[in-house]
Write a protein that binds this ligand. Structure first.
Ligand code: 3PG
Length: 394
């Protein structure tokens, strides 16, 4: 799939470019707690400014459901962007102002304060379209949402003869993840973790057709272990998914994929940093204990597979890594990926946070900014924010 990109745009001097970004970042005490997603769109913003464009930036933040929510205003994001660019950013307090200031960088208020955004409302898209001589979508994290700024707006822009293209971040995400699915260097190893297997079942089914090995950790492994007859104590299990996960793993193995589950886990009676821990076999966890991290033998086993990989995709932590006693598995996997002589891609907020915390971010080839969007892309689904930007001539 080829997208129309910034390269296809002509002279932009004085042109007003509407840029849909995903600056849905965590806030703490009214300030941006992690600016990774803001930084990720800097190449697009800087390129457009360098080409003389005037920018109208638009993002969602949180889920205010069509109403103004004071703690979800975009002002802190604008301040952070201002500091990163070392240029002034005009933060508006409304989503669709009647008069747009003629400043170089204007940021609209949180798109989701307007009910028309999530409703993919054509009228709302029309109002946004007033600010767009050109439309650029750099919001990979929102590409799976058929919302007005992602779907109806580019449709309308294109229908009225104006350009709608992907920004550099979206372009790279699609290129990297697309290549990983279509033509990975082998062996291709995927590492999946996180709490709920129901969120990842479709990804497992999709990856099973592409990877050579699948390493599964995190709480989601317990539903699988239980499905295979293991005793998982008080670990998190999704009982209504046992048959589905058993079938998915059986199908993957039948295709020759080496599916590896944890052999040992760090268990404790509660999700509490002060709780006593013990390392136990993953399929024989004593009653009353829950598995909260993969154990040291599993870290070694996973590390061996990872070390032999040429392509690696990692999404989801191996345990409750925010708590130190249950963080060694995720840290071990992060280090193994960083050390591997492979093309390495990590996605999902928690895994990204773990990589950043370990100071390993620059040792990965690609840090994917999409949470749900990455997963849907990897499932092989059609993402509305991407489809609309495809170049029909390629
Ligand atoms: C994300 O954080 O995954 C994106 O910004 C999309 O947010 P949403 O799940 O609230 O649509």
């Amino acid at each position: 799939m080829t997208l129309r990109t910034l390269g296809s745009l002509g002279d932009l001097a004085g042109t007003r470019v509407f840029v849909r970004v995903d600056m849905n970042v965590p806030l703490y005490a009214g300030e941006v707690a992690d600016d990774s997603r803001i930084r990720a769109s800097l190449p697009t913003i800087e390129e457009l400014l360098g080409r003389g464009a005037k920018l109208v930036l638009a993002s969602h933040l949180g889920r205010p459901k069509g109403e103004v929510q004071e703690d979800l205003r975009l002002a802190p994001v604008g301040r952070t962007l201002e500091a990163l660019l070392d240029r002034s950013v005009t933060n508006l307090e409304v989503v669709t102002p009647e008069e747009l200031p003629d400043d170089d960088i204007v940021m609209l208020e949180n798109l989701r304060f307007a009910p028309g955004e999530e409703a993919n409302d054509v009228g709302f898209a029309g109002a946004l379209g007033e600010y767009a001589d050109v439309y650029v979508d750099d919001a990979f994290g929102a590409a799976h949402r058929a919302h007005a700024s992602v779907s109806a707006l580019p449709e309308l822009v294109l229908a009225t003869g104006r350009p709608a293209v992907a920004g550099r971040l979206l372009e790279r995400e699609v290129e990297v993840l697309g290549r990983l699915l279509a033509d990975p260097a082998r062996p291709f190893v995927a590492i999946l973790g996180g709490a709920k297997i129901s969120d990842k079942l479709a990804v497992i089914e999709s990856l099973a057709q592409r990877v050579d090995a699948l390493l599964i950790g995190g709480a989601m492994a317990f539903t699988l272990l239980a499905a295979e007859g293991g005793r998982v104590g008080a670990s998190l299990v999704e009982p209504d998914r046992l048959d589905d996960v058993r079938d998915a793993v059986a199908a993957a193995r039948a295709r020759g994929v080496a599916v590896q589950l944890p052999g040992d886990v760090v268990a404790a009676p509660a999700i509490d940093a002060g709780a006593p821990t013990q390392v136990v076999p993953a399929d024989a966890i004593p009653d009353g204990l829950m598995g909260l991290d993969i154990g040291p033998a599993t870290v070694d086993a996973f590390t061996e597979v990872i070390a032999g990989a040429r392509s690696i995709l990692w999404n989801g932590p191996m345990g409750v890594f925010e708590l130190e006693p249950f963080s060694a598995g995720t840290r071990g996997v992060a280090r193994a990926c960083a050390d591997a002589d492979a093309f390495t891609v990590v996605g999902g907020g928690d895994s990204l946070a773990a990589v950043a915390k370990e100071g390993l971010a620059d040792r990965f080839d690609h840090l994917s900014t999409g949470g749900g969007a990455s997963l849907e892309f990897l499932e092989g689904r059609t993402l509305p924010g991407i489809t609309i930007l495809e170049d029909p001539t390629t």
